[in-house]
Design a protein. Structure first.
Length: 95
């Protein structure tokens, strides 16, 4: 995945398209049912949904304040957020 992603990165100069390629490759290679990327908006001083993929897509324009619990958890843990529903979905895929 790394080599193909790197090659695509140099060919794509639009951030939105690059994020869509990364999310597509991530969900496919890791067999994820859902994935999203939120980015910090310096002007608005909040996080905004940049790209989302999966069955239960998040609403376009979704924003998160920097002091929301999920943001604080992500900053502290520096890990992917995986819910029980996602684990159950993953188990079904692995079966």
């Amino acid at each position: 995945m790394g080599t193909r992603a790197a090659a695509k990165e140099f060919q794509i100069h639009d951030l939105q398209k690059l994020l869509e390629v990364i999310i597509r490759m991530l969900t496919k290679s890791m067999r994820l049912t859902h994935a999203a990327v939120v980015l910090w908006d310096r002007k608005k001083e909040q996080y905004g949904l940049a790209v989302c993929r999966g069955d239960a897509a998040l609403p376009p324009g979704l924003t998160l304040e920097k002091d929301e619990a999920v943001i604080e958890w992500l900053q502290k843990e520096r890990a992917a957020l995986v819910t029980e529903g996602h684990r159950a979905g993953r188990a079904a895929v692995d079966a």
